[in-house]
Design a protein around this ligand. Structure first.
Ligand SMILES: Nc1ncnc2c1ncn2[C@@H]1O[C@H](COP(=O)(O)OP(=O)(O)OP(=O)(O)O)[C@@H](O)[C@H]1O
Length: 345
């Protein structure tokens, strides 16, 4: 692909993101006369290789796009002094940044519906191409526009720090795009290495049972709950505690799954059941699990209408056995998505 000098075509404006991989800069593209986001990857072999995979995936996704696949578009890429630079269309803040800047106030149900639909459309498109994202999370879902509106928010203000306002911000448009295809992989049998960011990781990944497309669907389920409540569903850093949290919210893990765990996960199982609370690392850990409500109660605490449809959808997205979990196309046909839509894209 095209140009090979960062200076020739792009003027750096500001930093948009930073991570272990390198940084993302907001730049002015003088040729196309538009703002772009350029990801500049550290010149270390591991990151260089991951960036080349990301480019391949982005090109693959772009090739099959018939308009509106909801994956960020790659504009260009080049190697600048051994740093891979990927030029993207410029997008707005991530859903995570938006929630955080809004004191972790939840999104209204109509916005959750609209975002959920687009996210599932993206996942269905990827799965049709035999691609699995493997790292879906609010940080990797960006609003297309940074514009927002202020609306009154009287509900639950007691939960927020003193002085926090009676207004909350909402995105003006609900349009989103998915980013970060550095961990995207082709479907293959028997993939057992650990994928996904902890909070959004499916039970089959933790139990070492092998994973495939359904691991993305589990992540979508966790993301939709988070948008409804404002906070991550499974806030944990440890496998056994994570599995115990799942049981608390979704009911007992299936015995037939616990019989199929791999050697690394055997220690979490005793006599065909999860070794909990006996295996708990501390009292705080037990308390953190006990604090969690059942899925139905959690959703009903935050959602006033369409709660029944949403709970039913989430139960399908968060089924323990990946074989039973809804596919993205099945989820898109769920009655939750037939509801009215107030938000504009
Ligand atoms: N097209 C874009 N427009 C606007 N901001 C972007 C864009 N792409 C990335 N960013 C910002 O840069 C951050 C990092 O990008 P990205 O997630 O692709 O990198 P990464 O390699 O996955 O980083 P990490 O895995 O460490 O989170 C994003 O969270 C986002 O804030």
């Amino acid at each position: 692909m095209g140009r090979n000098s960062v200076a020739a075509a792009d003027k750096i404006q500001s930093k948009m993101g930073e991570g272990t991989f390198g940084q993302v800069l907001e730049c002015w593209d003088r040729e196309r006369k538009e703002m772009v986001a350029i990801k500049i990857v550290r010149g270390i072999k591991k990151y260089h290789e991951a960036a080349m995979i990301e480019i391949e995936m982005l090109q693959q996704l772009g090739k099959h796009d018939k308009g509106g696949n909801r994956c960020v578009q790659i504009r260009n890429w080049f190697d600048y002094r051994n740093h891979i630079c990927i030029v993207f269309e410029k997008l707005g803040p991530s859903l995570y940044d938006f929630l955080r800047n809004n004191n972790y106030r939840s999104f209204p149900i109509d916005l959750v519906r609209d975002i959920g639909r687009q996210l599932l459309e993206c996942v269905a498109f990827m799965h049709d191409l035999r691609l699995i994202h493997t790292d879906l999370k609010p940080e990797n879902i960006l609003l297309v526009s940074p514009e927002c509106v202020k609306v009154p928010d009287y509900k639950g203000t007691s939960r927020f720090p003193k002085g926090s306002s009676y207004f909350k911000r909402l995105p003006k448009s609900s349009a989103i795009k998915v980013i970060d295809f550095g961990s995207t992989t082709y479907e293959r049998q028997d993939q057992t290495y650990i994928v996904s960011t902890r909070h959004y990781r499916a039970p089959e990944v933790i139990l070492g049972m092998g994973w495939s497309y359904p691991c993305d669907i589990w992540s979508v389920g966790c993301i939709l709950v988070e948008l409804c409540t404002g906070e991550a569903l499974f806030q944990t850093h440890e496998n056994l505690e994570h599995l115990a949290m799942m049981e608390r919210v979704l009911g007992p893990l299936h015995q037939h799954m616990l019989k199929r765990v791999d050697r690394r996960a055997e220690k979490y199982v005793r006599r065909g059941r999860l070794d909990w609370p006996d295996g708990a690392a501390s009292r705080e850990s037990m308390r953190a699990v006990l604090k969690l409500p059942r899925l139905q109660n959690l959703i009903m605490q935050h959602v006033d209408h369409s709660a029944g449809d949403l709970i039913h959808l989430l139960q399908g997205l968060l089924r323990y056995d990946p074989i039973d979990r809804l596919t993205a196309r099945e989820a898109l046909r769920h009655p939750f998505f037939s509801g009215d839509n107030k938000f504009r894209r």
